[in-house]
Design a protein around this ligand. Structure first.
Ligand SMILES: [Fe+2]
Length: 298
């Protein structure tokens, strides 16, 4: 019998996986089939609506190029990227999270976003990566430890952000090259410090199909001001995260659902004069302090 009734078509499709030899693929695609069929049934999907969805995905693909990834944007704005990040961190840090003798919890992870650029220059502690960029200077400092409070020396802090207007180097045109990004390594006491700018909120690219979707949902495209950090050292679970400026707009409605309370940091404003590292500033500046914690790798 090759003609499937509405009621049994889902099982018929699942049965066709009998010869699939990859168990994990089979598990995932089976769930996709079950949930997609359930959506169609739940909303009694009309043919023209399904064609609209296909055209939306087609446009999303056509919007992608080397610098624009509309599907990551779709995943981010639907909260799927953040969900995957949170589950991954819980899985990889399970031992540290269950360790009753631990003094501090691992730093929470959040989305990587589309602007990470591998191979940022390694700069000495104290360097300024925001020089000559629009924005107010900010001094960043803190320590990196394990979950027992032991300082981690030679731990990499790979940092990137947009300028004070929320624009990333990748959006500045071909000639800009790498800006506002660097890799710093902690000193023997696990400390780091560097200069950049105080980050501003910015919109995710909303001139494509995902922007149309957001408008139809009645949503804005903005992310609160943040600086990205990837923190890693051999023997520890790496963490990709942000620090969010506590006085930024949109903290309660991040377009990609990346905000975690533990990552919101006050930026203290200082008048011009001596900075914490002895540098004399000729204009007002900010300081932000944050201690990162890495979980030991299982
Ligand atoms: Fe960002």
């Amino acid at each position: 019998m090759s003609q499937h009734q509405t009621a049994d078509i889902t099982q018929a499709v699942l049965d066709r996986l009998a010869d699939s030899t990859d168990p994990r693929f089979k598990e995932i695609i089976s769930a996709v089939i079950r949930h997609a069929h359930a959506v169609v049934r739940e909303v009694d999907l009309r043919p023209e609506e399904w064609m609209g969805a296909i055209q939306f995905l087609t446009r999303a693909g056509q919007t992608c190029d080397e610098k624009r990834q509309e599907f990551i944007l779709l995943s981010d704005t639907l909260g799927i990227s953040m969900l995957v990040v949170a589950l991954d961190q819980a899985r990889r840090s399970a031992a540290a999270l269950a360790d009753k003798t631990a003094k501090v919890r691992p730093t929470e992870a959040t989305v990587q976003g589309p602007f990470y650029w591998q191979g940022a220059p390694e700069l000495p502690l104290g360097a300024d990566i925001g020089k000559d960029m629009p924005g107010e200077p900010a001094y960043y400092s803190g320590r990196i430890t394990d979950t027992h409070g032991k300082p981690l020396a030679r731990c990499c802090l790979d940092v990137w952000s947009g300028n004070g207007e929320g624009v990333y180097d990748m959006q500045m045109g071909e000639e800009a090259g790498m800006q506002l990004r660097a890799r710093f390594y902690t000193d023997d006491a696990g400390r780091y410090h560097f200069w950049s700018i105080k980050p501003s909120y910015y919109p995710v690219p909303d001139d494509g199909p995902v922007g149309d979707m957001l408008r139809k949902m009645g949503r804005h495209p903005n992310r609160p001001g943040h600086i990205h950090m990837m923190v890693y050292r051999d023997g520890y679970v790496p963490v990709t995260t942000h620090l969010f400026a506590s006085d930024s707009k949109y903290l309660d409605s991040d377009a990609v659902f990346g905000v975690r309370d533990s990552l919101i940091v006050p930026y203290k404003r200082h008048e011009r004069g001596a900075a914490p590292d002895g540098r004399v500033m000729d204009k007002p500046f900010h300081s932000a302090q944050y201690d990162f914690v890495l979980a030991p790798a299982a």
